[in-house]
Design a protein around this ligand. Structure first.
Ligand code: CAA
Length: 308
């Protein structure tokens, strides 16, 4: 990280998948320094490959010059991390598991790993001993409590939700979610980071599903009920919402893009948090997840997709 330019934040992004690689892409496009982490070389390489492809596309579409692309590529660093947390470890006196990276330059960590509290909490706990005390920790969770995640770290005042939308390079919104403990200056810095990456931050409070998934997921779930009950076939359900409501994608097509497992997990968070049966995941959604039909990423969901 020695060659990184001054005055540009350095952002560690954990998770090189659909959301993580997209967040890394927009941060690099904004001339920020990025360290992309995941649990294996193969995952990091796959994410980096997609980022490079996206940056090349930005040049084709004249969103970046060739020179800016080359600078962006040079600002991308990658590393492998394990989410297993050695018992009773404090980090002091321990050699860093990231010998080639100087974590002291990190301004933000944005976590974009699987939508499970334990996995997300473990990411922050593993990284915390190596990060500067002033670094802000952010989670891209789509529904888990920011307050609870913040409490699992030693810096609850410097913890915030930064919820990006898929496909990240295209969607303007970032929900900025303070937990109960989050300091106002942390929120200001998170808003500034999202805005610097060309996004429109909207501050919302920490309640299950925030605003986006509190409204979107029950609609998707209800669309799956319509399909299950034979109200219409998948194309029929989607066409009603596209042609009648001007939605860019139908709810079932959108569920395939988001991932049916992610949709089911978010419905479960709503269901368990509010203890209200209106949030129960549709049995057909559960069945498709059990079959491994998770949407675009597995080649089959409500529709079928050519594998990459
Ligand atoms: N991944 C990456 N990029 C994509 C993409 C995808 N799946 N689909 C389209 N794009 C890119 C295209 O490559 C194109 O980029 P260029 O400018 O480089 O050419 C750009 O998006 C526009 O694509 P199209 O011309 O094909 O435009 P479109 O009119 O078909 O729009 C869309 C595509 C933007 C995806 C549009 O269909 C849309 O807005 N759909 C709804 C998406 C949505 O609701 N996302 C939020 C999901 S919820 C979430 O993410 C949060 C959560 O917690 C679950």
């Amino acid at each position: 990280m020695e060659n990184h330019e001054l005055n540009q934040p350095t952002v560690g992004i954990v998770g090189a998948g659909q959301m993580g690689h997209g967040i890394a892409h927009v941060m690099l496009r904004a001339a920020h320094n990025v360290v992309l982490l995941d649990t294996s070389q193969a995952l990091v390489d796959a994410g980096a490959k997609r980022i490079l492809k996206g940056l090349a596309r930005d040049v084709e579409k004249e969103r970046l010059t060739e020179e800016q692309r080359q600078h962006a590529v040079a600002r991308l660093k990658t590393a492998i991390m394990s989410t297993s947390h050695p018992a009773n470890s404090t980090g002091s006196g321990r050699s860093s598991p990231f010998p080639n990276l100087d974590f002291s330059a990190l301004d933000f960590i944005i976590e974009a790993v699987t939508e499970r509290f334990e996995v997300k909490a473990s990411v922050f706990q593993v990284l915390e001993p190596y990060c500067p005390a002033e670094a802000i920790f952010a989670s891209n969770t789509s529904s888990i409590s920011i307050t609870k995640l913040a409490a699992a770290t030693k810096r609850p005042t410097k913890f915030v939700g930064l919820h990006f939308f898929n496909p990240v390079p295209v969607m303007k919104l970032v929900e900025v979610v303070p937990g109960l403990q989050t300091a106002p200056e942390t929120v200001d810095k998170a808003i500034a980071l999202a805005a610097s990456a060309g996004k429109t931050p909207v501050k919302v409070n920490d309640f299950p599903g925030f605003v986006s998934n509190r409204v979107l997921m029950p609609m998707i779930n209800e669309a799956v009920f319509c399909l299950m009950e034979g109200v219409a076939d998948a194309a029929g359900v989607d066409n009603v919402m596209k042609l009648g409501m001007n939605h860019p994608m139908g709810p079932l097509e959108l569920a395939d893009l988001i991932g049916l497992d992610v949709c089911r997990d978010i419905m479960l968070v709503l269901y368990e948090s509010f203890r209200d049966s209106k949030y129960r995941p549709c049995p057909l959604l559960e069945k498709m997840v059990a079959a491994g039909w998770l949407g675009c990423k597995t080649g089959r969901g409500f529709y079928t997709y050519p594998r990459e």
